[in-house]
Design a protein around this ligand. Structure first.
Ligand code: FES
Length: 273
């Protein structure tokens, strides 16, 4: 069992938990993720480790309440215990050799972006962070991004904060004006990652996306997290979660993510509220 030590509400449906998990904190690197179960009957929830403190053995997870299980997790309080956590899983991102990196986070994807922002900054790259949300009170981790970025841009759909529009508008301006960007990293809703990928393909800039697929076992056995990358079948849990954006079959990914939507809606309407 893993004890929750602290909780913070970052936005109405976005929560941050600090959890005691010494072995995971010891081994995690930027880009790794965990799979947790809230209780014995809980479904497995894949979550990126947003932060980790090796000395104290504490990991930080940030998540958006999008379904039944994440809503249950969001109701837990300091002192409560999470049933089990498996990790760190997946490959960490290779940071070497990049001088100027633009990192984009959409919605709660910003939480997954943050450890990568920090890692690129700490290894000496010039870091430009772009975060977007529907409206101002859903913008998260602005201060944290400021601490580990050379520049931070914010976009909101309704214009209540920062640029009115999409993160891709800001990215497009940067790509036009600055010719020395050598990597773009995008994490967020699949349509946003696809839009980033389409844009950077025009400018022939290497782009990485981190895919948040359905996951069950996290070991490459069940096939739930299957994606097609470069025409080949890959498993997000063991081959990812980061992939070359220009090789990802986004249409297939969108279809697979919608596969259990009816069941999720049913459970959601019956069991939570
Ligand atoms: Fe089962 Fe990846 S979660 S194969």
């Amino acid at each position: 069992m893993y004890e929750i030590l602290a909780k913070e509400v970052l936005a109405p449906t976005i929560k941050k938990l600090k959890v005691k998990a010494p072995l995971i904190a010891k081994k995690t690197k930027a880009g790794n993720f965990i799979i947790l179960r809230v209780d014995e009957k809980g479904e497995r929830i894949p979550l990126t480790v947003a932060d980790y403190e090796r000395k104290t053995g504490i990991i930080t997870i940030i998540f958006q309440e999008v379904g039944y299980s994440t809503k249950l997790l969001g109701r837990m309080e300091p002192g409560d215990k999470i049933q089990d956590i498996v990790g760190p899983l997946g490959h960490h991102i290779d940071l070497e050799g990049y001088q100027k990196v633009v990192l984009l986070g959409g919605g709660s994807g910003t939480a997954l972006l943050y450890p990568k922002v920090r890692a690129f900054y700490e290894q000496g790259a010039e870091v430009i962070s772009i975060t977007g949300a529907r409206t101002k009170n859903l913008v998260i981790l602005e201060e944290e991004l400021e601490s580990f970025s050379d520049r931070v841009f914010i976009a909101t759909d309704d214009g209540s904060y920062g640029h009115k529009g999409y993160v891709t508008d800001i990215l497009k301006d940067l790509l036009i004006q600055e010719k020395d960007i050598d990597l773009v990293v995008a994490i967020g809703p699949v349509p946003m990652m696809k839009a980033v990928s389409d844009l950077t393909a025009e400018y022939e800039i290497e782009t990485i996306v981190s895919l948040n697929t359905i996951m069950v076992d996290g070991t490459g056995m069940c096939g739930a997290c299957r994606v097609t990358v470069g025409g080949e079948r890959k498993f997000t849990c063991v081959d990812g979660p980061a992939f070359d954006a220009h090789q990802v079959d986004f249409e297939e990914l969108i279809n697979r993510l919608n596969f259990y939507q009816n069941e999720e809606n049913l459970v959601h309407s019956q069991a939570v509220e």
